[in-house]
Structures are given as C-alpha cells and as structure tokens.
Design a binder for this molecule. Structure first.
Ligand code: CP
Length: 307
C-alpha cells in the first residue's frame, strides 16, 4: 500500500496491522529518549490547506521520532496565494523528492486525487467532509487500550455529523471491528444519506445513551455552517451537550472521547471534558503513535524499528 486515504476501503487485516504497529510505536514514544534513526534520509512534507493543531504537529513529531526530516508548507505564505493549483503544488513537492505527503484539504476526494498523480505516498489528514482516517485509527486505538476487544461494544457518536469526516471514518472503521455504532444529532446535522453507512441513527441522545461503552462528542463546526445555526447554540447544548448528568444515563463507566478542538460548554461541559472518564489527552498521545506507525509502514521499507 502506497497511501492511506480512508477506512472505507481498508481491510480489517490492515487496520489490525496498523494498531499492532502503533502499540510498538507507543512504547518507543513513552521513553525518556525517543529519537530513532529508522527513517534517516527520508522526508515527510505536511501540506495543510486548513487549520490544524493536533494532526499537523503530531505528524511532524511522529516523523521526527523516527528520524525522518519534516517540512510544513505554510499555505498562506506559499504560491497557493498566487493561485497555484493543488496539482502543481503537489508536483512541485514531488520534484523536491519528498517521500511522503500529508494532505489536509477542504475538498472531499482531494487526497485520492493526489495519490493518483504522485509517486510518493499520500496520507489523508482530513479531506472535506469525507474521511479523517488517522483520527479514527487513533480513536479506535484509544478505545481498545481501555476496553480491550471492541467486538460487540456500543459506541455513540453525537453532534455535527453532517460536517464530520471523523464520524464517517469512525463509522467505517468501528463497524469493520464488530462495533455497534449509533450516530446522534439534530435533523439539520444528521442527514438521511448517512444511513448508507449502515449505522443506527437517532435524534434522541438521552434514548441512545443507555448501554454505551463509548460516547464520542463531535465539534460543532461553526465555520462550515452555511446559514444560521438551527438549533441555536443554547438549544443545541441543552439537547446534545455532554454533561455529567447526561453521561450517567449510559449506566456504565463509559469512556468519553472528543477529536478536538472542543467547544467547551457547547458539545461538552468542562466537568466532563476534564473528568476521569474523558480520554481526550490520551487520544492526542495515541495520535502520535498511530502516525508513527503509518509513516513507518509506508516509507520504512525493509528497515526494522531499532529498539
Ligand atoms: N482532531 C483534529 O483533526 O484536530 P486538528 O484540527 O487540531 O488537527
């Protein structure tokens, strides 16, 4: 495999292999001295057309731990601002002999477009409303770390499903591992087309929570709302905000995930975000391990991870 574009087309064996490799990578990451020469001489280029803190930084850190060189193109200061196309930008990066391109772009399908025209590998770091595979892999890794095998577990994903590439990638990946996935949100943010994912869908969060092993709150993507938000922020947080009282409805010590960045007080209250059931910072740490695994598997060739 040259590229990582999404979980819809990824086999269970590939998902398992990535999760297993990430476990080894996490052990390396947690060491006091964590620099390896494994990918010395390889170069990884981050091309982010949208803002990012977690994904971009963790890709950089992951590549550096493995000894690769990393460069991030600052899109606002690049020739994109002079009208250069994604195609020409990518071809330019290829001509500089990059080994791996990490792309975040507002258009669904942009990562596949690049993968089809470039010789170096491409990792999709979020393409429009389509997929965010590395986020879903780190979410799955975090769930397994806490809960063990996920087969038969119940995962509730609540919020702005309409705009969420995180929800789509998780729905594909989790179902492949035998998880019962329920998507929850107001009718305006939970489109009927999502039924094609094969998941359960409901507008009633309180009704969906009993028995949930995992509750994942999604960010309300205010920047992608085309017209006035309905329901309003106040109504949204009353109906779909994750609070301590609401979390008790699961009837279990469920774990709480959020991909970040969070709108505190909207989709998640402070006490839940900072509470013992939340694994949000663990998700971030595991994100580095997952990205180390993916970079290693794509460009590590025959090199062994040096223990
Ligand atoms: N979860 C996520 O993709 O976060 P960033 O936008 O900060 O990368």
């Amino acid at each position: 495999r040259k590229d990582i574009l999404g979980l819809e087309d990824m086999s269970v064996d590939d998902i398992r292999h990535i999760l297993h490799t990430a476990k080894v990578m996490k052990e390396i990451l947690m060491r006091p001295i964590k620099k390896l020469p494994t990918l010395k001489g390889k170069s990884v280029v981050n091309v982010f057309y949208e803002a990012s803190t977690r994904t971009r930084t963790s890709f950089e850190m992951a590549a550096k731990v493995l000894g690769a060189d990393t460069t991030s193109i600052a899109i606002a200061q690049s020739s994109v601002s002079k009208g250069e196309s994604l195609y020409d930008t990518a071809k330019t990066i290829q001509a500089m002999r990059a080994d791996l391109v990490i792309l975040r772009h507002p258009s669904s399908g942009s990562a596949k477009f690049l993968a089809d025209i470039l010789d170096p590998g491409v990792i999709n770091a979020g393409d429009g409303q389509h997929e965010h595979p590395t986020q879903a892999l780190l979410d799955i890794f975090t769930m397994e770390e806490k809960l063990g095998a996920l087969d038969g577990k119940n995962v509730v994903i609540v919020g702005d499903v309409l705009h969420s590439r995180v929800a789509r990638s998780n729905a594909w990946g989790l179902q492949k591992l035998g998880v019962n996935v329920t998507l929850v949100g107001p009718p305006t943010l939970l489109p009927v087309e999502m039924e094609g994912l094969g998941v359960k869908m409901t507008h009633d969060l309180n009704g969906a929570l009993p028995g949930a092993d995992v509750v994942m709150a999604l960010r309300l993507q205010l920047e992608r709302q085309k017209s006035g938000l309905f329901p309003s922020l106040r109504e949204y947080s009353q109906l779909y905000g994750l609070t301590t009282d609401r979390l008790k409805k699961t009837g279990k010590e469920s774990i709480v995930l959020h991909p970040g960045p969070m709108n505190r007080g909207v989709e998640i209250s402070d006490d839940v975000a900072d509470g013992v059931q939340a694994l949000i910072e663990k998700q971030v740490t595991n994100g580095v391990a997952i990205r180390m695994a993916l970079i290693y598997l794509l460009i590590g060739g025959s090199s062994n991870v040096v223990a």
